[in-house]
Ligand binder design. Structure first.
Ligand code: SAH
Ligand code: SF4
Length: 346
């Protein structure tokens, strides 16, 4: 299998062009801006470099490492999900959500996930492998090319597709750095949001690196036994461990954290639970994103209704914790994470 072009950092490309292909260094900028600014991915598009170099480049590297094998659009046309087949035939999914001027991509970081959350379709698939940085990057470029054709751009990226980004830390950060390069794709760190199940050592590492990427923590419960029953990783890192890591993060970065809360009927959506959550988060620079559960075929849980969702939100806001209710987008195309791929694999 050829190396994926998008796995190369700028410095790595520089090394290849100069030391392997014996080309002058200005070729690097031509290729880099061709790929990341002009969004080229076919040899004939690289009109700015000699054909002989084009041929070498496309011999050495894979520029189309994933094939779209299924595409679904929601009835309102505002959500599109693509199932991609990777070089090793594994499948991942990426979702585009259009909202006003925003074009937000929800991208995957792993094939499957090792964390096993019981309400999550990806968690129920188990873990297959990490994505490479290039596979993470190509999900974005693929949609960026498609949007460019209609005069639009990717404006925001959430790492909330398949997988746990902090379990694949290095590749995830390499992808974000690659896409953030102002001389290339140029999507700054603040346009990204990483969502994590709460891997405490990685939250601390992320804090120490003082990255400008937004951080979201999937909390979903205030009681350790309850959280452990929904999210097995809680047996390793307790709620208090996570809150302590969040405090550390806020101290280091002065950035606001988002807590994700999937509202599950009769399980974590009572007003008492909302009050406990408010007590837990009191004084933290944060807000809560509440989203009614997207029921999966493999789980027994149901979504909270609208009335209960609003009650939950009211309690938090009364306690001074901002709470946004997120819409369940693209439910008719199974745009909840992992829900398309699970059908592919079964
Ligand atoms: N692994 C990371 C990111 C991917 S999941 C994480 O867990 O944070 C992205 C978000 O979707 C998480 O907040 C996760 O808890 C939530 N999620 C997973 N399955 C869901 C479902 N069926 N309904 C609603 N939210 C779900
Ligand atoms: Fe993995 Fe996130 Fe799904 Fe949990 S919710 S299984 S961490 S993808």
């Amino acid at each position: 299998m050829k190396t994926i072009f998008y796995d190369l950092s700028y410095e790595q490309l520089l090394d290849v062009i100069i030391n392997k292909l014996n080309q002058p260094s200005f070729r690097v900028n031509q290729i880099w801006s061709g790929v990341y600014k002009n969004l080229w991915s076919k040899p004939e598009e690289f009109t700015n470099i000699p054909k002989s170099l084009r041929d070498k480049l496309f011999d050495l590297f894979e520029f189309q490492p994933m094939l779209p094998i299924q595409s679904l659009k929601s009835n309102d046309n505002e959500t599109e999900k693509i199932l991609f087949q990777l070089q090793d035939q594994k499948a991942i999914e990426t979702v585009l959500m259009k909202y006003d001027q925003r074009r937000t991509l929800c991208i995957s970081t792993q094939v499957g996930c090792a964390m096993g959350c019981v309400f999550c379709a990806t968690g129920q698939m188990g873990f297959t492998r990490h994505l490479t940085a290039g596979e993470i990057v190509e999900q974005v470029l693929f949609f960026a090319r498609q949007l460019k054709a209609v005069g639009e751009k990717v404006t925001n990226i959430v790492l909330m597709g398949m997988g746990e980004p902090f379990h694949n830390y290095d590749a995830t950060m390499k992808a974000i750095d690659c896409l953030g390069d102002p001389n290339g794709f140029g999507l700054g760190a603040r346009r990204f949001t990483i969502s994590t199940v709460g891997l405490v050592p990685m939250i601390k590492r992320f804090a120490d690196e003082k990255r400008q990427v937004n951080l979201a923590i999937s909390l979903h419960a205030v009681d350790d036994s309850e959280r452990s029953s929904l999210m097995p990783v809680n047996k390793k890192y307790s709620i208090q461990d996570i809150i302590d890591a969040c405090k550390y993060y806020i101290e280091k970065t002065n950035r606001r954290i988002t807590f994700e809360w999937a509202l599950i009927a009769g399980k974590n959506d009572s007003e008492q639970t909302a009050q406990k959550l408010a007590n837990l988060l009191k004084g933290l620079l944060c807000h809560v994103n509440a989203i009614p559960l997207n029921p999966t075929s493999q789980s027994i849980y149901q979504a909270s209704d609208r009335e209960q969702t609003i009650k939950f939100q009211k309690v938090l806001e009364k306690n001074g914790i901002p709470c946004t209710i997120r819409l369940r987008r693209g439910i008719d195309i199974q745009a909840g994470c992992g829900q398309l791929a699970i059908h592919h694999s079964s």
